[in-house]
Design a protein around this ligand. Structure first.
Ligand SMILES: Nc1ncnc2c1ncn2[C@@H]1O[C@H](COP(=O)(O)OP(=O)(O)O)[C@@H](O)[C@H]1O
Ligand SMILES: [Mg+2]
Length: 277
């Protein structure tokens, strides 16, 4: 790490409140982390998995984490990346956040390269957005850290064949983030994060974070099915399975009713009810 210590606004405020002076060589990033994400920013583990409800702020937190990593890494030409299933998606989800972080860090010398979706730092560090639809752009590159957003929607070969090897020589870190979508590969990552000491795990449910107003959650509850709500806002990995199970039972019930109706109508047509045609 650099001799310069990078800290977030709320950490600096916490120190000032305790009458502790931040060290002179520190840079404060213009970012106030949501309290729910402070343990993530303070993690020491190499790998992390963050499961949150929609709009919790995981993309913002991860982009700021990459920005801080790029500012504070003292290796030669460090490389950091954010990847979404599609490059267009990465651009629409994360570029505004990264550009804003870099613009606020201009005094630290960050320069923005719009066409490459990349920010360069005076130390030689870079943060760049990628899409798993063009994962080959990463082949041959090394990585000091990467964030994978909605990893379950990526080609399953991207992590083991392209990204994991790129982390090997520099001991790079990786963060998997997303909202549950059944027991897929993201669920496997979450299970691993919970059982492996090398992993940091964080789950944020809307009922606990209070980041989304109660009134809005009530509206969402009305607009979504119970299973959809459990999945999108309560981080339930089994909601789709439960929905499919009950859906199957309902379908079975419907087909029983339909075949009964079908029998009745055949009976009607054949006059078995004693009604002549
Ligand atoms: N630390 C923060 N301070 C202020 N607003 C934030 C913060 N983190 C996230 N937000 C806002 O919350 C919304 C959702 O953030 P985002 O990171 O896109 O959520 P997620 O990726 O979890 O769906 C955005 O409007 C974003 O600007
Ligand atoms: Mg997001």
């Amino acid at each position: 790490m650099h001799s310069t210590v990078i800290m977030y606004q709320n950490r600096r405020e916490a120190l000032i409140m305790k009458n502790l002076k931040p060290e002179s060589a520190e840079i404060t990033i213009a970012y106030r982390a949501r309290p729910q994400f402070l343990p993530f920013h303070a993690r020491a583990e190499r790998f992390a998995c963050i499961v949150t409800h929609r709009r919790a702020g995981k993309t913002v937190a991860c982009i700021q984490d990459l920005h801080r990593a790029a500012l504070s890494c003292d290796r030669i030409r460090p490389r950091f990346a954010y990847m979404s299933p599609f490059l267009k998606q990465a651009k629409s989800i994360a570029w505004d956040y990264l550009r804003a972080a870099a613009a606020a860090g201009r005094e630290a010398g960050a320069s923005i390269h719009e066409s490459e979706l990349r920010v360069d730092y005076p130390s030689g560090a870079q943060v760049r957005l990628f899409g798993a639809d063009n994962a080959d752009a990463l082949r041959g590159l090394y990585l000091d850290g990467i964030v994978l957003d909605e990893h379950a929607d990526m080609d399953p070969r991207v992590w083991p064949e392209v990204i994991r090897p790129a982390l090997a020589d520099r001991g790079g870190w990786a963060v998997f983030i997303g909202t549950p979508k059944g027991r897929n590969s993201f669920f496997e990552m979450w299970r691993r994060a919970q059982s492996d000491a090398a992993w940091f795990a964080l789950m944020l449910k809307a009922s606990e974070t209070k980041l989304i107003p109660e009134q809005e959650l009530n509206v969402a509850r009305r607009d979504l099915s119970e299973e959809q709500y459990a999945q999108e806002f309560e981080c339930c990995f089994d909601a789709a399975v439960i929905g499919a199970y009950y859906g199957k039972l309902m379908n079975q019930q419907r087909s029983k009713t339909a075949s009964a109706m079908c029998r009745t109508s055949r009976a009607c047509r054949s006059g078995q009810h004693g009604i002549s045609e």
